[in-house]
Write a protein that binds this ligand. Structure first.
Ligand SMILES: [Zn+2]
Length: 480
């Protein structure tokens, strides 16, 4: 590896601080965390960012409904999302809140930078109070937000607009050429067709009065508040001290090409069109990859608290452990497509792959090693070949951000070990049996390493036990 190009910057979308975390939030964070841990394990320097989006009108309304001051309301919600760190075993390096001073500074700075592309205009449109987005009549034939289903309000205001139309050609080229790579291809095509329909200028401020004095004011006009998406997207650089031109900004954004945004498919337009346009206007480098996951359903139904289909990631983690939750999300849900959660499927996966597959192999080999007093050795020819093949598949899958395939390759290695035991029958204690067990211990060490980004706790327990440090016990007790 070259000395340059060593850094990897990874971010998730920041979560609205107006509701509780659900399994969809967990999916995105776990995906990003696997990338972060994977690159760190490969010797890369990683900066992994997540956080909360606290400046929207939806937040103000939710706080008022609860009769709580907005500031303490968002603090509580932000703390709630921060706690996913423990529940999901996340390894983020920073957590940005958009109510922080460093963020407001950065937003005002970027606004000033793109000012030649900003103008004032009277505007009437249909606004969703949930995503703070204006829609055209034809985009919302039933008068409801196509994303949130919320009734749209007709609003007339004088606002600041950003000349998005100016960047149409440039954006098209950047995305077509994969200079900004959108994963999967189907999302890339969706973005291109959106651009090809013609980009109109977008409204990037709201009246401060309607915002009930919440949010970040535009730099030279107190009567206007920065639109929450213009505001929120800047979190990716405000956390790097863009606001005061910090060294972090230079190191991680300007001089580092490897920048990955992990997001959900519903906010692709904001990330693949608006955000790069703001950056182009400010003369700043673009992100490299936008990795887009799909939607999660629960028992085939859209997740919704009112329908009782919301799944609480905290409870799931308390009941089954963070590794089990991570494993399900990474192995069962296709990384860039929609997927479905059900407790039945969760338990089936757990029992088949974790308890019977990995857990069983690990305890079986360790038991043999104890009985036969065998220490880990070097891999024999046959096992070495199997390890090599799996390592290759694994690295290729990770290069495609295909977490599922990467895990499947590790499970191929587990299946190989099971077969190897059946074939060699080391428990018979015939000549060469000790070598077979030593071999298997060696492969288990490799499996622990490959699983580290995915199942950090199990991986640690395996490593400790193999090093003779600590008995790991049953890695994954069977569920009833
Ligand atoms: Zn909406």
């Amino acid at each position: 590896m070259k000395a340059t190009n060593q850094k990897v910057y990874i971010s998730t979308a920041i979560d609205y601080a107006n509701a509780e975390a659900h399994l969809g939030h967990a999916l995105e964070k776990v995906q990003a965390d696997v990338l972060a841990r994977y690159y760190r394990a490969r010797g890369r320097e990683v900066f992994f960012l997540t956080g909360t989006d606290e400046n929207s009108l939806g937040t103000v309304r939710a706080a008022k409904e609860k009769k709580v001051p907005v500031r303490s309301f968002v603090k509580e919600k932000s703390d709630h999302f921060y706690k996913l760190r423990e529940a999901l075993d996340l390894s983020f390096d920073d957590f940005i809140r958009t109510t922080e001073k460093r963020h407001a500074q950065a937003v005002q700075k970027l606004w000033k930078k793109v000012k030649p592309d900003i103008y004032l205009k009277k505007y009437r449109g249909l606004l969703c109070s949930n995503c703070e987005t204006y829609f055209k009549k034809e985009e919302a034939p039933d008068g409801c937000c196509p994303v949130h289903g919320v009734k749209l309000e007709e609003v007339e205001e004088e606002n600041y607009f950003f000349k998005l139309s100016r960047y149409q050609k440039q954006l098209k080229k950047i995305i077509e050429s994969d200079e900004l790579k959108i994963i999967p291809e189907s999302r890339k095509n969706e973005v291109l067709s959106f651009i090809n329909q013609g980009l109109e200028d977008i409204c990037i401020s709201r009246s401060s009065q309607r915002m009930q004095d919440w949010g970040i004011k535009t730099p030279e006009d107190e009567t206007q508040t920065v639109w929450c998406w213009f505001d929120a997207l800047i979190n990716y650089i405000s956390a790097l001290d863009y606001g005061k031109d910090g060294q972090k900004f230079k190191d991680w954004w300007v001089d580092n090409p490897r920048k990955i945004h992990c997001i959900g498919k519903d906010i692709i337009k904001f990330h693949a069109v608006y955000w790069p346009a703001f950056l182009l206007a400010a003369g700043l480098p673009l992100p490299q990859v936008i990795l887009t996951h799909g939607w999660l359903t629960v028992d085939g139904q859209k997740m919704s608290k009112s329908r009782g289909t919301g799944v609480d990631p905290f409870k799931l983690s308390r009941d089954y452990g963070s590794d089990a939750v991570r494993y399900f999300l990474l192995r069962e849900i296709p990384p860039t497509k929609d997927g479905d959660f059900s407790l039945t499927k969760f338990k089936e996966r757990y029992n088949a792959d974790l308890a019977s597959g990995l857990g069983n192999l690990f305890s079986r080999v360790n038991k043999l090693a104890r009985e036969m007093k065998v220490e880990p050795g070097l891999a024999g020819l046959e096992t070495e070949q199997a390890i090599k093949e799996v390592q290759q598949e694994y690295v290729q899958a990770m290069a495609r951000y295909d977490f599922r395939e990467a895990l499947m390759s590790v499970w191929n290695l587990i299946a190989f070990c099971d077969q190897y035991i059946e074939q060699e029958e080391p428990w018979k204690g015939e000549e060469g049996s000790a070598e077979v067990v030593a071999d298997l211990l060696f492969v288990l060490g490799k499996i622990a390493k490959l699983l580290q980004p995915f199942l950090p706790q199990a991986s640690q327990r395996m490593t400790d036990q193999l090093a003779g440090k600590k008995e790991s016990g049953n890695l994954f007790p069977r569920l009833k």
